[in-house]
Design a protein around this ligand. Structure first.
Ligand code: NAD
Length: 490
């Protein structure tokens, strides 16, 4: 079966690896079950990729760099990406449904994710031939210039919470710069990665430019991280696994981009427009059932408006609807039974603390086996508690009061993470001071998340990681700078 036969295939049939432009089962023939988080049933079987499959994929990528893919101009790569973006856009509905079923996320969120995937292809398609080198004034008789070259084979390890968006940002930038890529999607959710491969083939990407090996983390992911033929690694996931990927890359002296977790704050000052802030305060905590690296899970509120913010948020929390992904409520289920158990542990801690100010209700009639968790809002949390410090990755937000600007900054920075922050205040000078003072990869003023922001560089301080994805910045990360110094005399 060729990929073009399978663009519209039933992705719930056993989903194999995509290597060198072909679908193939894993070498060892093993399969993993993919669960449907909305009801706990088996959604599909996927290939259980292992080191041998990663090896084939890396070799296919090497071959592509030596062959047709490596010979393309930047403009030609850009055109392929733009074409792929159009194909993705045409299939928004199908991709959104697939992602919703696979991740358990509400259909409207999955639709936004599919649109973001198309937009990444469009953005990086347009950017591919706009990354220029520099000429450097030097000694008499020299002409010196720089070239931006692909690293070679890039490895991309993708998590399950936003498979399309995270694949899109990382693959888009890497392909624009001429790398050949090997993607290891998450074992919990990988169907849209396979659909992406089929569309890339239809768009005309040469064999080997894009390879996908589904499989387990320590097995397929570990093999990719350790592989000596990989020249750059991009990892999005947890801090612990990120550290192990960085250690593996260090053995091969390979650069790594790490996009890890967060405990992102939104700071609300008494002069803020609370009507404007409120939807952002709630949504940034419950979007994707809180399973978002940039979730605003810590809300810091100036004391004069603290009670008001809590009351208004609590009222909204009580209205939030919960249901299976395709019912498209405010929240879907969590990704897995394991994730549910972890989040329930934090909810228990919150219950013991006696500080829960609002808890959503699970409606009657939810599918029995689904991994549903009601949203929980916790007030007056102690800054040193696990609830205030740990990344929970579920629909639980904590709120803490502050008394002045210095206290707000101290609380905001009292974390080992530093991914995103939001600042709500009408005071322009304070906005500028806080944007500088908060240690965080992105700071949003009087908004949060800015609708995803394909164009906006994204990445962490501290344990949120290093390197930047998205925007033009990612193109520099996915390329190597070469300096050419030509002596020609005067
Ligand atoms: P995870 O670290 O368990 O898994 C992420 C990916 O790594 C998956 O593909 C997994 O199969 C793979 N993996 C697991 N063990 C591995 C190993 N030993 N070697 C190589 N690869 C391995 O994380 P998760 O549970 O899938 O995702 C949740 C975490 O990801 C959260 O901490 C969240 O904040 C973070 N995250 C960060 C961003 C960001 O952009 N900063 C985005 C999404 C998720």
């Amino acid at each position: 079966m060729t990929p073009s036969d399978t663009v519209n295939r039933n992705w719930f049939d056993p989903a194999p690896c995509f290597i060198n432009g072909r679908w193939q089962p894993s070498v060892a023939g093993g399969r993993l079950e993919l669960m449907n988080p909305s009801d706990g049933s088996v959604l599909a079987e996927i290939a259980d990729g292992q080191a041998a499959d990663i090896d084939l994929a890396v070799n296919a990528a090497k071959g592509a760099l030596r062959g047709q893919w490596g010979a393309l101009t930047a403009a030609e790569r850009g055109r392929l990406l733009a074409r792929l973006g159009r194909l993705v856009a045409e299939k928004t509905k199908e991709l959104a449904r697939l992602e919703a079923l696979d991740v358990g996320k509400p259909l409207k969120q999955a639709t936004a994710d599919a649109r973001a995937l198309a937009r990444y292809m469009e953005f990086y398609g347009g950017a591919a031939d706009k990354v220029h080198g520099a000429t450097i004034p030097y000694l008499a008789g020299y002409t010196v210039y720089t070239l931006r070259e692909p690293h070679g084979v890039t490895g991309h390890i993708i998590p399950w919470n936003y498979p399309m968006q995270i694949l899109g940002r990382s693959a888009g930038a890497a392909l624009a710069m001429g790398n050949a890529i090997v993607i290891k999607p998450a074992a919990e959710a990988c169907l849209t990665a396979l659909a992406f491969a089929a569309m890339a083939h239809e768009a005309g990407f040469p064999a080997g430019a894009i390879n996908i090996v589904p499989g387990g983390g320590p097995t397929a992911g570990g093999a990719l991280a350790r592989h000596g033929g990989v020249h750059h690694l991009s990892f999005t996931g947890s801090v612990g696994v990120g550290a192990s990927v960085q250690a593996a890359a260090a053995n091969n002296i390979v650069p790594v981009t790490l996009e890890l977790g967060g405990k992102s704050p939104q700071l609300v000052f008494a002069d803020a427009d609370l009507d404007a802030a409120l939807p952002f305060l709630v949504n940034a905590g419950i979007q994707n059932a809180g399973q978002t690296c940039s979730a605003a899970s810590r809300l810091l509120v100036e004391r004069p408006v603290y009670d008001q913010v809590i009351e208004r948020m609590a009222a909204r929390y009580r209205e939030l609807s919960i249901g299976p992904a395709l019912d498209d409520r405010d929240l879907g289920p969590l990704i897995s039974a394991k994730q549910l158990q972890t989040v329930e542990g934090f909810v228990e801690q919150a219950e013991k603390s006696g500080k829960i100010v609002a808890k959503g209700q699970l409606p009657a009639g939810l599918p029995e086996g689904g991994y549903y968790c009601p949203p929980v809002l916790v007030g007056d949390v102690a800054p040193e508690s696990a609830l205030a410090r740990d990344e929970i990755f579920g629909p639980l937000q904590v709120v803490m009061p502050f008394d002045d600007e210095a206290g707000a900054i101290a609380l905001a920075n009292d974390t080992e993470y530093g991914l995103v922050a939001g600042v709500w205040t009408a005071n322009g000078a304070r906005q500028m001071r806080l944007a500088r003072a908060i240690r965080s990869g992105q700071v949003f003023i009087n908004n949060y998340g800015a609708g995803g922001g394909v164009e906006l560089p994204f990445g962490g301080f501290g344990k949120s990681g290093h390197g930047r994805e998205k925007g033009f910045e990612a193109l520099y990360g996915f390329s190597a700078l070469k300096t050419v110094a030509a002596y020609h005399g005067t």
